[in-house]
Write a protein that binds this ligand. Structure first.
Ligand SMILES: Nc1nc2c(ncn2[C@@H]2O[C@H](COP(=O)(O)OP(=O)(O)OP(=O)(O)O)[C@@H](O)[C@H]2O)c(=O)[nH]1
Ligand SMILES: [Mg+2]
Ligand SMILES: [Zn+2]
Length: 332
């Protein structure tokens, strides 16, 4: 039998099999594998035991969910104050996993800086993101949000307290997820939502409520790959003089030439993520796994070549291997 994991509570895996929820255990051998079962996974079940994870359409590590159609990055306009770098972090993270993104700005009923809304539209609207301004409290803007969610499985992600669970509650009065005052959260230091759970909002819409998290760092990719996570930077990349240009201070950098077309908070976030990526590069170097030995001109572009001798791991480059390690190491 096939089914989809709809929530996981410690050792119990709740699987939706043809509309029935069955509590299952997991086969011992699956526990030993690096790829762990996550909410959203399609699985094979035999006598209430999960025997196999079926291939995934999508996967993201934080929140740890599989097979979602899109990620809704939820921020609050106020309480907590909007943090653009944090927002860029979520966007870049979902982009790394190649999952479509929707932006939701909640708590519109509160008094927030009036320039904020324009700024958001200017930066993110121009990048082509669909943006919903909502108030879960006063059920405003939620109609547009439901339109964006219709027919899809979406995961809500965003810092603790921005109102993810409140938004799901506002979409269907019969749903009553636990929510908690931000001040209470801070004093207790806890997230209200503890698990990822698929919620059937209506016949056509399913949402995964997730716990807030805020410590995603880009210390798992190489500095030169960070620009891929920023479309407005990446689009200039192939005109840069050097193919490994980091767009910081290099001569012949097309990004720097067009810096006025790029929002400065986005560019600052880019620089910060590059810094984090350097930590990863140092780590790789320190382990002696990958060393850049010399620059070679290739198609008129300077390319950093890795000496063949210093490559390890047979057919896969060390980089690919580390990427894979990251993908597989979901248990955090
Ligand atoms: N004023 C206002 N408050 C809201 C709104 N949405 C949520 N809140 C409040 O914000 C607080 C946090 O909401 P939650 O829904 O628990 O936040 P969350 O994102 O699910 O938090 P975690 O589960 O910890 O990740 C609660 O006190 C809600 O009542 C809104 O649109 N306006
Ligand atoms: Mg919650
Ligand atoms: Zn450049």
């Amino acid at each position: 039998m096939h089914g989809q994991i709809y929530k996981i509570y410690s050792d119990s895996y709740f699987v939706n099999i043809g509309g029935n929820i069955v509590s299952c255990k997991i086969r011992e051998v699956l526990k030993k594998q690096k790829t762990s079962v996550v909410t959203g996974d399609f699985v094979e079940v035999s006598a209430d035991v999960i025997t196999k994870i079926l291939p995934r359409k999508s996967f993201i590590k934080r929140p740890s969910v599989a097979n979602v159609d899109q990620i809704v990055v939820v921020s609050a306009l106020k309480e907590p104050d909007l943090d653009f770098e944090q927002l860029n972090r979520y966007i870049a993270f979902a982009k790394y996993y190649k999952i479509p993104i929707i932006l939701c700005f909640n708590k519109e009923d509160l008094e927030f800086e009036c320039v904020l809304q324009n700024k958001i539209e200017e930066i993110y609207g121009d990048l082509g993101y669909k943006i919903a301004f909502t108030s879960a409290k006063e059920k405003r803007g939620t109609e547009y949000l439901s339109k964006l969610l219709k027919g899809k499985l979406s995961a809500l992600c965003g810092n603790s307290g921005v109102g993810k669970s409140s938004l799901i509650n506002s979409l269907n009065p019969d749903i009553n997820l636990r929510t908690q005052e931000v001040s209470e959260k801070l004093s207790r230091g806890t997230h209200t939502t503890r698990h990822c759970e698929i919620i059937q909002v209506n016949a056509e819409t399913r949402i995964i409520d997730t716990p807030g998290f805020s410590n995603v760092k880009f210390d798992f990719i190489l500095p030169k790959d960070v620009d891929y996570l920023f479309e407005e930077i990446y689009k200039y990349k192939n005109k840069c003089k050097y193919s490994d240009c980091l767009h910081i201070n290099e001569t012949g950098c097309e990004v720097l030439k067009n810096i006025d077309n790029i929002d400065h908070t986005r560019y600052e976030s880019y620089l910060n993520f590059v810094k984090e990526a350097f930590e990863y590069k140092e780590k790789v170097k320190y382990n002696g796994k990958k060393t850049e030995t010399h620059n070679k001109l290739h198609n008129n572009k300077s390319v950093v070549k890795i000496s063949e001798k210093k490559r390890q791991g047979g057919r896969n480059t060390q980089k690919q291997k580390l990427y894979r390690e990251f993908e597989n190491n979901e248990n955090e």
